[in-house]
Design a protein around this ligand. Sequence first.
Ligand code: SF4
Length: 222
Amino acid sequence: MLLDAKQKNRVKKTYKIKEIHYTLQGEGYHSGRPAIFCRFSGCNLWSGLEKDRPKAICQFCDTDFWGIDGNQGGKYKGAQLADLLDSLWPKNNTSNKFVVFTGGEPLLQLDTALCDQMHAIGFEIAVETNGTITPPEGIDWICMSPKANTDILLTTGHELKIVYPQRGIDPIDFEHMNFANRYLQPMDNEQQAENTKACVDYCKENPKWKLSVQTHKILNIP
Ligand code: SF4
C-alpha cells in the first residue's frame, strides 16, 4: 500500500512521554474525576533544568517534565501509546474514559492523529496548555493556564486557570476570552497562605472567578 506524506508522518511520529499515571484530576473543573494523566516531555517556556530556571520565561514551575524517565515514561508511536493508556483504565468498567494530556507543554507534541486514536478507543480528551500554541483538532476539553510575558494564541476553550498572584498577569485581561469556567489557583510557594487569601479575596470581589485548589497535594493523592 502506498502512503501519502501525511500518512507517512503519522507512522513515523514518536511521542516523548515523561510519565503516565491513573489517578484523580486534582484541580479545576474536573477535580475528583478519574483520569489517566499523560505527561509529555518538554516545554517551550523552560528547559526543565534548574540551571536554566533564572533565564526561563516561566520561572515558578513545580513540575518535573524533563526527559522520559518517569513512571511508564518513554518514546512511543501513536498506536503503542494509545494501547498503553487504554491498558491502565479499569477493565471491568470502561465508562467515562478520560485522558488528560499535560506537560511540560503538551501541544508541542499532541496532534490530531493521536486524538483520533484516543477517540477510537472511547476516551474523552483534555489538555492543560499554557496557551502559546494553537491546539490541533479533536480535543474535547481545553484548560489554559497562561503565563506572564508570553504571546497567548489561544482565546477560546473550556477552562481558564490562572496561577495567582502572578507578576505580569491580571485576571481582568483574560475576562473577554471565550472560556466558560474561570479559576484562580494559589501559587504554590513559601507564601501559599497569603496567595490563597489573595485568590479568595479576588474571587469574592470578582464573582466571575472561582477558586481552584490542588486537592491532590493536600490529600496526598498519587
Ligand atoms: S508553562 Fe507550565 S510546564 Fe512550562 S515551565 Fe511553566 S508551569 Fe512549567
